[in-house]
Design a protein. Structure first.
Ligand code: FES
Length: 365
């Protein structure tokens, strides 16, 4: 099963390869020493938070970003290497560092794997709709599934701007060569003239509604994996809903959200108590602290427990997931938790503000 965020730990791992994938993306490979292998055992689809602690970073003493593991999960054993894909973001503090500074032999602080956008390999027919760097976790999912389940099938629909900007072209082509009968690939390029076998244009809801039923038996697909920019994931999710796909078969991971799309609500909402206290359980130890005006519960906890898990602080990665034991909260935005998780009582601490005087969170559940 996917590892819980409550057991997340950083360790320094050595970089053993830096592979340029496109003009604006690289893959970093880390060696995992034998004593840490169990801690880095992962379920395909999970991600790693990378941390840079340095004076002079634009965000203060440290920056963290999450990057999905692209390598397949080895069967029955823990991994001795981990590979992640890093796409350069304009002005991105960590991605610029990864592209310009990280080299073979360097050590990087890497958090143990987290995330629930996962597939435990099982027989069946699976499908993914991905955009841009959204291919990264899906590459691990598809490669692991096809290697481990001789009857499983995988259909990948990917969209990108151009062939030159497409990440993991070789790795995906390799899946096609290895599993010609069980791996189906459709590539849609938005900014390139149509070539043989490639469709061009945008992968929007109208197009997906026509494409998906033509490609595969939609009602018999055991799991759908939607990953990429917010707009694409939303279009694919609506398309699947219109096609009658059950919600519990759809898994989503959003890689990029504009603030306008996030529709974040202001921090000081009506209904917030004048004084609130958060009690948090983390790694078996609990503490209670007053929440300062407007701050998120994660920030309150971090002031007192710097080991609290987080990565994006933007409601996207899910690393700060905690169980709400008592009280109630308001979340600014949530692009990480599935409806079943919020119904079960989980919240994103980085997006939560108290709406009762006492709030209790459990990061260990
Ligand atoms: S830290 Fe990423 S969702 Fe809270």
């Amino acid at each position: 099963m996917a590892q819980g965020a409550g057991r997340a730990r950083f360790h320094r791992l050595r970089v053993t390869a830096v592979d340029r994938l496109t003009d604006d993306s690289v893959a970093l490979t880390f060696a995992v020493p034998s004593e840490l292998r169990e801690a880095y055992r992962f379920t395909p689809g999970q991600h790693l938070a990378l941390r840079r602690t340095a004076d002079g970073t634009t965000e203060g003493a440290e920056i963290r970003r999450t990057y999905s593991i692209c390598s397949p999960a080895p069967a029955g054993t823990a991994p001795d290497t981990l590979r992640v894909g890093v796409r350069m973001v304009d002005g991105g503090a960590f991605s610029t560092y990864a592209h310009k500074e990280i080299g073979v032999g360097d050590e990087v602080e890497v958090m143990t794997p987290a995330g629930r956008f996962v597939l435990d390999p099982a027989p069946g027919h699976y499908a993914a709709v991905v955009g841009g760097s959204g291919i990264t976790p899906v590459l691990s999912i598809a490669a692991t599934l096809l290697a481990r389940e001789p009857e499983a099938r995988f259909c990948l629909i990917r969209s990108d701007r151009t062939t030159a900007s497409t990440m993991f072209l070789e790795e995906v082509a390799d899946l096609k060569d290895r599993y010609p009968d069980r791996f189906q690939l459709v590539t849609v390029l938005s900014r390139e003239e149509q070539q043989a076998g490639l469709a061009s244009g945008r992968l929007d809801q109208e197009r997906l509604s026509a494409l998906l039923p033509a490609l595969l038996p939609v009602e018999r697909v055991s799991g759908w994996f939607l990953c990429g920019p917010y707009g694409l994931v939303q279009s694919a999710e609506r398309t699947l809903r219109d096609l009658g796909v059950r919600r519990d078969r759809v898994h989503e991971e959003i890689f990029h959200v504009d603030d306008a799309q996030g529709a974040a609500r202001p921090g000081s909402a009506a209904g917030a108590p004048a004084h609130a206290t958060v009690t948090a359980q983390l790694d078996g130890r609990a503490g209670s602290w007053p929440v300062q005006d407007g701050e998120s519960l994660l920030d309150t906890v971090l002031r007192n427990r710097p080991d609290a898990p987080y990565a994006c602080k933007g409601g996207v990665c899910g690393t700060c997931r905690a169980f709400l034991v008592a009280g109630s909260v308001r979340m600014d935005r949530n692009f990480a938790l599935e409806p079943e998780e919020t119904e079960a009582g989980y919240v994103l601490a980085c997006q939560s503000h108290p709406t009762t005087e006492k709030v209790e969170l459990d990061f260990d559940r």
